[in-house]
Design a protein around this ligand. Sequence first.
Ligand SMILES: N[C@@H](CCC(=O)N[C@@H](CS)C(=O)NCC(=O)O)C(=O)O
Length: 214
Amino acid sequence: MAGKPILYTCAGSRGLRASWAAEEAGVELELKLLPFPPRVMQPDYLELNPLGTVPMLVDADVHMTESCAIAHYLATRDGPSPLAIAPGEADYAAYLDFTYHADATITFPQTVFMRFALFEKERGLQEAGEAYGRWFHKRLVKVEQRLAGGREFLCADRFTVADICVGYALVLARAVGLDEGVPDLLKDYRQRLIGREGYQRAVEREGPSPFTRG
Ligand SMILES: N[C@@H](CCC(=O)N[C@@H](CS)C(=O)NCC(=O)O)C(=O)O
C-alpha cells in the first residue's frame, strides 16, 4: 500500500494500542497528535471523525476508529505476523476473545470511572464512578485466571496484539489511580509488557501524558 498510514491520537490515549502495535510490527506511522479531548479542543477533527474520539487511522481509503481493531490491522497490514494469530492456528479464538475483551469489557468501566470520579466531579456522580472502578477490578478475573497457570502471555505462548490491547488497560489503571485493586500477577505481567522496546518507543514518540505515567 502506498504512503504511510496516519494515526490521529492523543498522547497516552487508547491510540497507544495502535502506535505500540505499529512499533512492534515495524510499520511507519505518521502521528497526528491532538489536544485532549479533540471534540472540544480541536472541533475541526469532527469533520474527519464525527465521533470525535481517538484513535483514528487513515490508510489510503481505510478509515478505522477502534483501537484494538487498528492494532490488529497494523500488525497484519504488510502480511502475516507473529503479533497476530491466524485462523486455524491454536488459540485463534482466544486471541480474538482477549483482543475484543480488552476494550469492550475492561476499558469500558475504566472510562466511566475516569469520567465521573476524576474529570466531571461537579456532576455529583463520584460514587457511581467509584463503583465502576470496583467493577473494573472484578472484570480483571478472566485475564488473571488465564495467566495464573504460569503463562507469560495471553495466547499461543507468544506476545501478540491481545497483550497490547489488555496491557494498555493495565497501564491506564496505574495512571488513573485504579492500581490498588489490580492483582500482583497482573502487575508483573504489565511490567513484562512495558519493558518491551516497542512499548517504550511508542510512549516516547507520543510524548508525556497523564494516561501512561506510572
Ligand atoms: N472503543 C474506542 C473508544 C475510543 C474513545 O472513546 N477514546 C477516548 C480516548 S481514550 C476519547 O476519544 N475520548 C474523548 C471523547 O470521547 O470525546 C476505541 O477503543 O478506540
